[in-house]
Write a protein of this length. Structure first.
Length: 461
């Protein structure tokens, strides 16, 4: 038997309305305030009035409500006309909504939706998968903590648009770039890693980027090159993408100390200049053995374009490589690291050789007295072919001599070359880390590190 204060009318239409996202609590409260103001009494909206209201929210007229309420339709109509319709009309006016024409039950729900008494459930926003194309798996990065922190600051705090990481073969440009990209992945909406080793035309390169980054699926094949670039720049402006181009040196002329683009690839330089100078929120990371010609002009104090030259690893990081390869005789490790200038790839190559031939004993390796190159020759050959005939001539002269003073070097080099051209070639070799320069009694002297001397003697003399 029901308790005295239990009124089954509380349940009428309740279940049906519950699944329709109406803000019933707020609606009851606001109508109750209007009722109290109009009647000047402290009455709340009654259980019967709430039932009628729920029926209205379901779009029911008095006849249909009466079937569930076992009430007379005329009684329901009178209650609606005398009370609920007037209170609802006042509520709508408070929300700037006019209930025009004859008051009808079927109109109430749509009007209260306009008054925002129906909870607006936002559709689940399904984010498209993040574009992260062709990025290499991040291998162990030895050292480079300072460089990595510096690059992170440039990308996140200084908002660099373009960064160049350059240095000789095997120095760790790709490892540093891949680690940087992985650590900052969540800062970008997406990214593309692209090698330029096989010399894509600029049109093909931009088309590939659009195919990966343009989520609207525009057909770039019908666009001119200028239109493609404009479309890409618009994407880089509206989204934060990371573009990584490796092997940028492949676009530059070989066999010359002048850094110029190969014939037919000059427009790549103009493209890089656009990416560096035009305003956008993305970042372009270039990995190259050599600095592209436009960089000396592009690098600015504002920090939107900058470069980082990688040299050999610090002692602690280099020793970590030798530890990982389980080499012995750590007292000899410093000599080994110096012999290969802390180049991580070269240290790994020689570590494998020492492990295979000398059972990991670095002291036994040095006791042989010869300098091991092995696959390091491949790295050096890759660098050698980029040198001009004059640069190669200078290196061959130095490989045949222990050291040469600057005046001797000028005298021994081809007499057809002017001093200014020879000076440019020397500066280029110093920048590319082929030469070592030092001073004795204010006189400049030049020499080669042992690795370079050994390579030239074996392959080019």
């Amino acid at each position: 038997m029901n308790s005295p204060d239990f009124n089954p009318i509380d349940k009428v239409f309740a279940e049906e309305v519950e699944g329709q996202d109406w803000d019933l609590g707020r609606l009851y409260q606001d109508l109750g305030k209007i009722k109290r103001d109009s009647l000047s009494v402290g009455a709340e909206v009654s259980a019967t009035e709430k039932a009628y209201l729920r029926g209205l929210l379901l779009g029911l007229n008095p006849e249909k409500m009466a079937r569930s309420l076992t009430s007379n339709p005329r009684t329901i109509s009178k209650t609606l006309s005398d009370n609920l319709y007037r209170w609802i009309d006042t509520l709508l006016k408070q929300n700037g909504i006019v209930w025009e024409g004859k008051k009808q039950a079927e109109q109430v729900a749509s009007l209260l939706v306009k008054a925002k008494y129906k909870v607006q459930v936002q559709p689940l926003q399904v984010q498209p998968p993040k574009i992260w194309k062709n990025f290499p798996t991040v291998s162990a990065l030895y050292g480079r903590k300072k460089e990595l922190a510096e690059l992170e600051r440039s990308l996140t705090q200084k908002q660099c648009r373009m960064i160049l990481i350059h240095g000789q073969s095997g120095i760790g440009k790709q490892s540093l770039g891949a680690t940087l990209a992985e650590r900052l992945r969540e800062k970008f909406e997406g990214g593309v890693w692209r090698s330029l080793e096989f010399l894509p035309t600029l049109s093909d390169l931009v088309s590939e980027l659009l195919a990966e980054l343009d989520r609207e699926g525009h057909d770039s094949s019908v666009l001119s090159l200028d239109q493609k670039i404009a479309r890409l720049l618009k994407l880089l402006e509206h989204h934060r993408y990371l573009l990584v181009f490796k092997n940028v040196e492949s676009l530059l002329q070989e066999s010359t100390h002048l850094r110029e683009y190969k014939l037919g690839y000059e427009n790549h330089g103009l493209f890089f200049r656009q990416l560096a100078t035009l305003s956008h929120q993305s970042c372009v990371l270039l990995l190259s053995q050599e600095k592209p010609p436009e960089f000396k002009i592009l690098e600015s104090s504002k920090g939107t374009v900058r470069s980082l030259f990688l040299t050999g690893l610090q002692r602690e990081a280099a020793e970590k490589i030798l530890t990982d390869y389980r080499l012995l005789a750590p007292n000899w490790w410093s000599k080994l690291i110096d012999a290969y200038n802390g180049n991580p790839s070269e240290l790994k190559i020689v570590a494998v050789h020492i492990k295979d031939v000398f059972e990991g004993d670095v002291a036994s390796f040095f006791s042989r007295g010869t300098f091991f190159l092995g696959d390091i020759q491949r790295l050096l050959t890759d660098r050698w072919r980029r040198l001009s005939a004059l640069e190669q001539e200078i290196l061959k002269l130095l490989a045949s001599s222990e050291t040469l003073i600057e005046s001797q070097l000028h005298e021994m080099v081809s007499s057809t070359k002017s001093r200014s051209v020879i000076y440019e070639a020397i500066e280029s070799l110093l920048e590319r880390e082929w030469l070592q320069r030092y001073e004795v009694d204010s006189e400049r002297r030049y020499t080669l590190e042992r690795k370079i001397r050994r390579y030239i003697s074996l392959r080019h003399l």
